[in-house]
Design a protein. Structure first.
Length: 509
């Protein structure tokens, strides 16, 4: 009952006109960003972070949460109309959604994606509301060795599962850990890995790295590949027989919405590939459960193949906030940027967050409910606007991103050294994209690395350098056992995903 009272107080805060405007701004920008191919919520949060320094913490975090949810919504538009997912989690949606658009049913595909996202986002936020306080009660009793185990799981799963290659993912992770260690050692007060450069003594700001990787690196990558004319966008298709969802569409969609929700949320709460894995599992489940003529439509434009994955996508987005708020552990690049936003305001997410900053947390959770309603209102009637955004010439779009990236990087510390770091990281990001190295593990490792170092040193100091202490509690045994099962399941899923992504192409040929 106390939690419900706190949630009502959160609604009282989030429903204030100024916060409603911030939420509307966040979801609008997030949807627009999700629509654009190759531009994700992580880049947008990184670009806007320097601009929001003047905002109070509640306002800034409501904006970032809106961007996060909006990005998940917007990715489906690009997948369906362009067959080019704006977010990696929207790849599965393209398998069936784009084929629906090709036969004039793009409007129905967009509608089931938007409504499914709303249903899943709302249910998942309810689960977040009631699950987070329970996890906090247990997390308060965790010791340093337990947090070391959790971070090891996060490192290994994020490095191994985000990206097409385990070795490349782990290389990206190692690079992020190294960058996170640049600066002054908190224990010895000695500089390390600074190469004698005074500007590196305070470390490399994570905002510079994120902007360099997601904005500058992405712009260079796109500039090197998209040299053709304007992008051809599929028609939404609102003619007779091709309009919004029919009664049959509703009947075929509501069960995938619910199944996708309860597949996506638990996967989002653990570092197991996040929305990417959950969307595939939802698609596989819908394909297996489909019967008769509905089953034959898979590979040719089955509405279940859009409804389920989109619900799983948004449910996983809410699930990612559970470890972020309760344990202070991000499992995606966007969650890592939100963690950085918390830290900018001297707020450390974790077991004590709901005690020390209860008003902020509950206002943030309440804004998720409000943002979901706003997103449904924005996505259904404003499809035409999102289609127009898809037609923005790439040179104009990415030149604007570069300008904002440079201004944002300079405004962090107002130092020209930061622009040099931005350029170096941007070039690194370009080559990482060019050769298939995922950038998300690098950002997550850079943020978690210093926290991991503190907890590891604390554990070893308490145990007098006994390494066996790192696996001395029942919780650590449980976590490492779960890690083994997680890897086994994830690698099997990846093999099935690769086979299934090739199958629809053969069916549709």
């Amino acid at each position: 009952m106390d939690n419900l009272n706190l949630l009502m107080e959160g609604f009282a805060t989030a429903a204030q006109p100024i916060y409603l405007l911030y939420a509307l701004f966040g979801v609008f920008v997030g949807t627009a960003v999700g629509v654009l191919p190759g531009i994700g919520p992580a880049m947008t949060v990184a670009l806007l972070m320097p601009i929001t320094y003047s905002l109070e913490p509640t306002a800034a975090l409501i904006v970032f949460a809106g961007i996060y949810y909006g990005g998940m919504y917007g990715g489906s538009t690009t997948s369906i109309l362009l067959n080019t997912p704006g977010e990696s989690a929207s790849i599965v949606t393209a398998l069936e959604g784009n084929k629906m658009a090709k036969v004039g049913r793009g409007a129905a595909a967009l509608a089931t994606a938007a409504i499914g996202s709303f249903v899943a986002g709302t249910i998942a936020t309810v689960l977040l509301t009631f699950l987070a306080p329970v996890i906090v009660e247990y997390a308060i009793n965790l010791g340093p060795v337990d947090f070391v185990a959790l971070m090891v799981v996060a490192f290994l799963t994020i490095g191994a599962l985000l990206g097409s290659s385990v070795l490349r993912g782990m290389a990206s992770l190692a690079l992020g850990l190294f960058i996170g260690l640049v600066g002054v050692d908190d224990t010895t007060a000695q500089q390390r890995y600074t190469m004698g450069v005074p500007g590196l003594a305070d470390g490399i700001d994570v905002v510079l790295v994120a902007v360099g990787l997601f904005a500058l690196g992405e712009a260079l990558y796109v500039a090197g590949r998209l040299r053709r004319g304007p992008v051809e966008v599929m028609s939404v298709g609102r003619g007779r027989g091709t309009g919004w969802m029919t009664r049959d569409d509703w009947g075929r969609s509501w069960k995938p919405w619910l199944r996708g929700t309860f597949i996506g949320f638990p996967i989002g709460t653990v570092p197991a590939g996040g929305a990417d894995v959950s969307t595939f599992l939802s698609y596989a489940a819908e394909r297996k459960l489909a019967k008769g003529k509905n089953r034959k439509e898979f590979g040719r434009g089955a509405i279940e193949g859009v409804a389920g994955p989109e619900a799983a996508n948004n449910a996983a987005a809410a699930g990612v906030l559970v470890p972020l708020l309760t344990l202070g552990i991000p499992t995606t690049a966007t969650a890592a940027m939100m963690l950085t936003a918390f830290q900018r305001y001297q707020i450390q997410p974790g077991p004590l967050l709901m005690e020390t900053n209860a008003a902020l947390v509950w206002a943030l959770i309440a804004s998720l409910y409000i943002g979901n309603v706003m997103l449904l209102v924005l996505n259904l009637p404003l499809v035409g606007l999102w289609v127009k955004i898809l037609q923005i010439p790439r040179p104009y779009l990415y030149s604007g991103i570069l300008v904002f990236a440079g201004l944002g990087a300079y405004s962090v510390n107002f130092a020209t050294m930061d622009l040099a770091i931005l350029l170096v990281v941007g070039i690194l990001g370009f080559f990482m994209r060019q050769y298939g190295y995922p950038v998300a593990p690098m950002v997550v490792a850079m943020i978690l690395g210093p926290m991991f170092e503190v907890q590891l040193r604390r554990s070893l100091q308490i145990s007098q350098n006994d390494l066996g202490a790192l696996v001395s509690t029942p919780f650590t045994w449980f976590v490492y056992s779960a890690l083994v099962l997680l890897f086994a399941a994830s690698f099997w899923i990846k093999k099935r995903q690769k086979a299934m992504e090739e199958e629809p192409l053969e069916v549709a040929a």
